[in-house]
Ligand binder design. Structure first.
Ligand code: ADP
Ligand code: MG
Ligand code: ZN
Length: 486
C-alpha cells in the first residue's frame, strides 16, 4: 500500500472551499473608479472612496449585485428579500479604511449546490453562501536603495469580489479541484468573472481537517492559501492530509492556522495563526441602507442567464446523441463548445457525433501544442465530406490538421493533395493481395489465431494507399480473403 493509501484507510479528510472571484464590472464596488487596472501605474485608479479618506460615502454597484444574484440563481441558492452590508474590522496596510464592507448575516445567495463529475462519478457539494465584498490593495515587499521596504498599490482596493463558501462536504483533493473547475466554468459561462487563477481573478482557499474513519466529529482545520492552479489545489490538499496524519500519528496535534502553498517545493508552510470570527467585530454598515431584492428583479436576472454547463451536457446527450464523456469534454472547454455549437448549426444534428469526435480527438489535442484556428463551417463541411465517403476518416484527420494550421478551406486542401477515397472493390482487392504477399509472417500469425495481425495488415493497406482506402472495405476484403483461402 502506498503511504497515501495507508493514510486514507485510517483517516478521512473533511474539506470546505472558499473562493473569491473578481466580478466583471466597469467600475469598482462602491465608487466610480475604473476596474481596468491590468498593467496600470500603481495608485492611478483610486479616489477618496477607495482610498478610505474620511467623510466620503459609498454607493452600491448594481452590476456587481446582479452578478452575485445571477450566480446564486445558477447554483440554486436563495436570495433574501432584503440584504444588508456589514463592516468586517481588521487592521492591515492594504485596507485603508480599517474595515472591509462585506456581507455577514444576510448574504445575497445562500444554501445552493453544485454537481459535477469526478473519476468516481457525479458529486454534489452544498454551497453555504455567496456574498459580495470589496477587494483590498496590494502590498509589495521590495528592496529600494538597499533598504527593505513595503510598497502599496491601491488600484485593487474596492474592486468587487464575490466570496463563495461551501459546506464541509468535500472528502478528496480531486473533488476539491473538480468543484473549483466547475465553478470557474460556471462563472465564465454566465459572464460574472473571467475567473483566471493565474492573475488572481479567482482565488481558491481550502479548509482541510482529518478525522479517524468512522468518527463523526470534525478535526481541527487548517486553511491553505496561495494555490495558483487547479493542479495546485489538488496537490496542496493531498500534502496537507499527509502532513496532518503525520502530526497525529506522531502524538502531536493539528494547530488552527493559515498555511500557504509553495509550488516549487510542493509543500505548505505556516503563514499565521487563524483569526477568530469575533476578532472582526462585525456590525451593520451605517453608511449603506439595506438592499431590497424584489421578486421581479430576481426573475429578470434569472431569465437573462445563458444555458448553464449542466444543462448543456444533458442537451448534448439527449438531443445530439453524444456520449456522457464527449459531452463533458466539450462543455468543459469554452472554445471547443463554441466551435461545436457553430459547426452543428451548419451540419445539422445528424453529424453531431462525428463533429464531437473530431473536436475531442483532434481539436483539443492540437490546441494544447500548436497555434491555429478552425472555421466551424469548414469543420462541418469536412465531417460531411467524410460522411459521404469522398475521403476516408484517416485522410479527414490530416485535412483537419492542415486546416487548423493553415486556415485553408477544406476543398482547397483536398484538391491540392488529390485526396479522394478509394472505394473501388477491384482496386482494393489488388492492394490487399500485394500486402498479403509482402507480409507472409503476419498472414501466418493471423492463421495461427492472432487476431491482432489483421489490424496490422489493414494498416499496411492504408499506408500503401496513403490513407485513402475505405477502411471498412479493406477490413472486410482482408478477412474475406484470409478466411477464404484457409
Ligand atoms: P471562516 O470564518 O474562518 O472563513 P467558516 O466557518 O466560514 O470559517 O468556514 C470556512 C470554510 O471551512 C467553509 O467552507 C467550511 O465548510 C469549512 N470548514 C469548517 N469547519 C471545517 C473543518 N473542521 N474541516 C474542514 N473544513 C471546515
Ligand atoms: Mg471565510
Ligand atoms: Zn475609487
Amino acid at each position: 500500500m502506498t503511504v497515501a493509501g495507508a493514510v486514507a484507510s485510517r483517516y478521512e479528510a473533511v474539506i470546505g472551499i472558499e473562493i473569491h472571484c473578481q466580478l466583471k464590472t466597469v467600475s469598482k464596488m462602491f465608487c466610480g473608479c475604473s476596474t481596468d487596472i491590468d498593467g496600470a501605474a500603481p495608485n492611478s485608479h483610486c479616489c477618496p472612496v477607495c482610498l478610505g479618506l474620511p467623510g466620503v460615502l459609498p454607493t452600491i454597484n448594481k452590476a456587481a449585485v446582479e452578478w452575485v444574484i445571477a450566480t446564486g440563481s445558477a447554483i440554486e441558492a436563495t436570495t433574501p428579500a432584503a440584504t444588508r452590508w456589514d463592516r468586517k474590522n481588521y487592521f492591515y496596510p492594504d485596507l485603508p479604511k480599517g474595515y472591509q464592507i462585506s456581507q455577514y448575516q444576510l448574504p445575497l445567495a445562500a444554501n445552493g449546490r453544485l454537481t459535477f463529475d469526478t473519476s468516481e462519478g457525479p458529486f454534489t457539494v452544498r454551497i453555504r453562501r455567496a456574498h459580495l465584498e470589496e477587494d483590498t490593495g496590494r502590498l509589495q515587499h521590495a528592496e529600494l536603495d538597499g533598504r527593505r521596504v513595503s510598497l502599496i498599490d491601491y488600484n485593487r482596493s474596492g474592486m468587487p469580489l464575490m466570496e463563495i463558501v461551501t459546506e464541509p462536504d468535500i472528502r478528496t483533493g480531486e473533488q476539491a479541484r473538480r468543484y473549483a473547475e466547475e465553478l470557474r466554468l460556471l462563472m465564465k459561462t454566465i459572464g460574472a468573472s473571467d475567473a483566471e487563477m493565474e492573475n488572481g481573478q479567482m482565488r481558491v482557499e481550502a479548509n482541510v481537517s482529518i478525522r479517524p474513519r468512522g468518527r463523526e466529529e470534525f478535526g481541527t482545520r487548517v486553511e491553505v492559501k496561495n494555490m495558483n492552479s487547479m493542479k495546485a489545489v489538488e496537490r496542496a490538499i493531498a500534502f496537507e492530509i499527509e502532513r496532518q496524519a503525520g502530526l497525529i500519528d506522531g502524538g502531536g496535534a493539528v494547530q488552527m492556522e493559515t498555511r500557504g502553498w509553495d509550488d516549487p517545493s510542493q509543500s505548505t508552510y505556516h503563514m499565521r495563526l487563524k483569526e477568530e470570527e469575533n476578532d472582526y467585530r462585525y456590525f451593520p454598515e451605517p453608511d449603506l441602507p439595506p438592499l431590497i431584492t424584489t421578486p421581479e428583479w430576481l426573475a429578470a436576472i434569472k431569465t437573462r442567464l445563458p444555458e448553464l454547463p449542466a444543462a448543456r451536457r444533458t442537451r448534448y446527450q439527449t438531443e445530439l446523441g453524444l456520449s456522457p464523456y464527449d459531452a463533458s469534454v466539450i462543455v468543459n472547454d469554452a472554445d471547443a463548445s463554441t466551435l461545436f455549437e457553430d459547426a452543428v448549426k451548419t451540419s445539422g444534428s445528424g453529424l453531431a457525433k462525428s463533429l464531437a469526435n473530431m473536436i475531442t480527438g483532434e481539436y483539443l489535442r492540437l490546441v494544447k501544442t500548436a497555434e491555429g484556428h478552425v472555421d466551424p463551417a469548414e469543420l462541418a463541411k469536412l465531417v460531411l465530406t467524410i460522411d459521404q465517403g469522398a475521403v476516408s476518416a484517416t485522410v479527414g484527420k490530416n485535412i483537419f490538421v492542415e486546416h487548423f494550421e493553415s486556415g485553408q478551406p477544406v476543398t482547397s486542401i483536398i484538391e491540392k493533395h488529390g485526396y479522394r477515397q478509394i472505394s473501388d472493390a477491384g482496386v482494393l482487392a489488388k492492394a490487399v493481395e500485394q500486402v498479403l504477399e509482402a507480409n507472409p509472417a503476419a498472414v501466418a500469425d493471423y492463421r495461427a489465431g492472432k487476431a491482432a495481425a489483421a489490424g496490422f495488415l489493414v494498416g499496411q493497406v492504408m499506408k500503401a494507399t496513403r490513407g485513402q482506402a475505405n477502411a471498412a472495405m479493406v477490413q472486410a476484403a482482408l478477412r474475406e480473403r484470409l478466411d477464404r483461402s484457409e
